[in-house]
Design a protein around this ligand. Structure first.
Ligand code: NAP
Length: 248
């Protein structure tokens, strides 16, 4: 199967390209650095030539209000170019609970991405993943200083990106869902506890102070970030992943 991965150099995209190629598919990675700009459409027609399926794993450069314009424009361009190129299946990576946090600009932008796909001309699949293990450092950096890390006790169900990629590859090469699949890690953990586990694994002595107002995820209530019924539950536990990462 010929598959174009838009965002093929990113954290998810680069792993997905390798996994699909290892499974014997013809894969075209496309992104800004290979001359394909989803914002302007430059290079898109060539990147989609002969592709049966396109996977969109791009990301907006900011998480603020500008992300709405980014996803509106880029998804519009990809749907139009895909239709012209005869793409039969459009796949996108989104976030578990994304439509239940309208107070976050970035989540509204990702919800818009899903809506555009649903209303678009092609068969589609949305894979919604929970927070990536690899994203924990960035999350802590927003609300850390030399003395302490502040995090809310927001309930999360984080996942390794390798497990996201495995699910995304299965969906990409399968029959279009014309719907949503949730994928999540095996453990539900409050974000402040995840911070403590992370610092302990790195022998970082700073305390994690539970702060219901700290950072992006402070805006999220209850179990919004927890996968729903029917989710694909991934095998990798955060503690094992941390131990493997520090042994490398
Ligand atoms: N972080 C999380 O916990 C989480 C959870 C669930 C879902 N997600 C979703 O996962 C997706 C992928 O995230 P990621 O961390 O893999 O992203 P990433 O590492 O930041 O990679 C972004 C990719 O988008 C490409 N790109 C950016 N602007 C572009 C443009 N105008 N035209 C073409 N390509 C463009 C980049 O290309 P260059 O490298 O060439 O510049 C890069 O390949 C995101 O949509 C995000 O919402 C994230």
């Amino acid at each position: 199967m010929k598959i174009t991965v838009i965002g093929g150099t990113g954290l998810i995209g680069s792993q997905l390209v390798t996994r699909l190629r290892d499974a014997g598919h013809e894969v075209v990675p496309a992104s800004l650095s290979s001359g394909v700009d989803l914002l302007t459409g430059a290079g898109l027609d060539k990147a989609l030539e002969g592709a049966e399926t396109v996977v969109n794993v791009t990301n907006s450069p900011t998480f603020d209000r500008d992300s709405l314009a980014f996803f509106r424009t880029t998804v519009g361009n990809l749907l139009t170019a895909g239709e012209q190129a005869g793409v039969r299946h459009q796949v996108a990576l989104s976030i578990v609970g994304v439509d239940q946090v309208p107070q976050l600009d970035y989540y509204r932008a990702k919800t818009l991405q899903e809506e555009l796909l649903r209303e678009g001309p092609a068969a589609y699949s949305v894979v919604r993943a929970t927070q990536f293990f690899e994203f924990m450092d960035a999350t802590m950096s927003w609300t850390s200083d030399d003395r302490e890390v502040r995090l809310p006790a927001t309930r999360t169900q984080p996942i390794a990106t390798a497990d996201v990629v495995a699910a995304l590859a299965d969906v990409t090469t399968g029959t279009p869902l014309n719907g949503i699949l949730d994928v999540a890690g095996p453990d539900v953990l409050p974000l402040d506890e995840l911070g403590r586990i992370t610092l302990a694994a790195r022998q970082d002595p700073r305390p994690v102070v539970t702060d219901p107002r700290a950072g992006l995820f402070a805006a999220v209530d209850g179990d919004v970030l927890i996968a729903g019924p029917g989710a694909r539950i991934a095998p990798t536990h955060y503690r094992d992943w941390l131990a493997a990462a520090s042994a490398r």
